[in-house]
Design a protein around this ligand. Structure first.
Ligand SMILES: Cc1cc2nc3c(=O)[nH]c(=O)nc-3n(C[C@H](O)[C@H](O)[C@H](O)COP(=O)(O)OP(=O)(O)OC[C@H]3O[C@@H](n4cnc5c(N)ncnc54)[C@H](O)[C@@H]3O)c2cc1C
Ligand code: FES
Length: 368
């Protein structure tokens, strides 16, 4: 490497921006329906984040805006690239669009990073990573992070895939398993094809196989990610084995049909209420407590978008009420919210609101 090149690398800024323009530099076909998209920041930046965290993207497809979250599958130990590994949901909107349209040279805007499901906020010397399907992405970021540092962390990694051809990161996982004495991988196929010649474990998770694969289960902190049904089964097995669930952490990628339908109907209800609630017809005064500035806001305006329009720094990622990144304390006034799944613990009682899914119903003052 030339001295000039080294100097250029040393002068690159760290990722401080909350909204970053990135360009795709490579696309890897991992399995028939999963691709990894590698991005570089257009303004050179080093991607610093906590392994397991995700970014948010907003896309306009056929004139409609869509917000989605994607875990950063890469590791902050390799900070020049941001990698997203995305499974194509043929019935979905955004993932098929990304698979079709994002090629080398495509540009995107990402927001974040965000998320509490990460291995820096949750610490442990002995971990059990459990994943299925595209739920492998946060585990991969954590595993790459630990292996890159030759960490002493004791890692047991159980990864479920349907068939052999569906195993995401198969070669890299095998190499990590080979190279790191404290990294112990087991891939399990639920339905390997006859011609796939699979010699490893088969079948869905159950208490007997889990206890067999992880004899020191109770000493470990569990990170779990996969389809809702899979995570329910994992929890059921752990409870049956009297695992201390305080040491269990999971992340859901998909609220699932029922929850999605509930969110959609709550959104519809909100729109109906906004259209018919004559008492709260607006416009309203929105006051920012720190500067004392007051602006006039229409009730149809999404609070987050208005805050951004005023040039006030605010974090956001999923922009759908799921991650909690955009939370702000409301000091007074009435608001209405479509989805506040991302508001954890006592934040709601403390007066916090998720601005990405909130509209004003009266004059409001924010702590901002
Ligand atoms: C924190 C987080 C991290 C994530 N990380 C990743 C990742 O690393 N890799 C990855 O591949 N994905 C990840 N996801 C999932 C990702 O955000 C998208 O949900 C996924 O790509 C599907 O989006 P889509 O637009 O293609 O599908 P959508 O259009 O959202 O549809 C998904 C499915 O839901 C059904 N559906 C849609 N609306 C309804 C409704 N109203 N009622 C019932 N069913 C409905 C559709 O038929 C379809 O099968 C993550 C999600 C979260 C929250
Ligand atoms: S940006 Fe994720 S909850 Fe608002």
């Amino acid at each position: 490497m030339s001295l000039k090149c080294l100097e250029e690398i040393q002068n690159i800024q760290s990722w401080i921006s909350r909204k970053t323009s990135v360009v795709c530099v490579n696309v890897i076909q991992e399995t028939p329906d999963v691709k990894t998209f590698q991005f570089k920041a257009i303004e050179p930046q080093l991607f610093h984040f906590k392994p397991g965290q995700f970014i948010g993207i907003q896309l306009e497809i056929d004139g409609e805006k869509h917000n989605r979250s994607y875990t950063i599958a890469s590791s902050p130990t390799r900070p020049h690239l941001l990698e997203l590994t995305i499974k194509k949901d043929t019935k979905g909107t955004v993932s098929p669009w990304l698979h079709k349209n994002i090629v080398k040279g495509s540009q995107l805007e990402v927001r974040g990073p965000a998320g509490r499901f990460n291995c820096l906020d949750i610490e442990s010397d002995k971990v059990l990573l459990i994943s299925a399907g595209s739920g492998i992405t946060p585990m991969m970021s954590m595993a790459r992070f630990w292996c890159d540092q030759s960490s002493d962390k004791n890692i047991r990694f159980l990864n479920w895939a349907r068939g052999v051809q569906d195993i995401i990161f198969r070669r890299e996982l095998a190499l990590m398993d080979h190279n790191h004495h404290n990294f112990d991988l087991e891939v399990i196929c639920t339905m390997p094809g006859l011609s796939e010649n699979w010699l490893g474990r088969r079948g869905r998770i159950n208490t007997t196989s889990l206890a067999d694969m992880v004899p020191d289960l109770k000493e470990r902190t569990v990170f779990c990610c996969g389809p809702e049904g899979f995570m329910e089964q994992v929890k059921g097995c752990l409870q049956a084995l009297e695992f201390d669930m305080a040491n269990y952490h999971d992340e859901s990628f998909d609220p699932g049909g029922k929850k999605k339908a509930k969110i959609a109907s709550e959104k519809e209800q909100l729109e109906e209420e906004l259209a018919t609630n004559k008492a709260a017809i607006g416009p309203f005064n929105l006051t920012f407590n720190k500067t004392g500035k007051t602006v006039v806001v229409e009730k149809e305006e999404v609070l987050l978008e208005r805050i951004e329009k005023e040039g006030i720094a605010i974090e956001s990622a999923c922009r759908a009420g799921n991650c909690g990144a955009c939370q702000v304390k409301k000091l007074s006034g009435k608001t209405i919210t479509a989805n506040e799944a991302g508001l954890f613990g006592e934040r709601k009682e403390q007066g916090y609101i998720l601005t990405c899914t909130t509209h004003l119903e009266s004059d409001v003052t924010l702590e901002l």
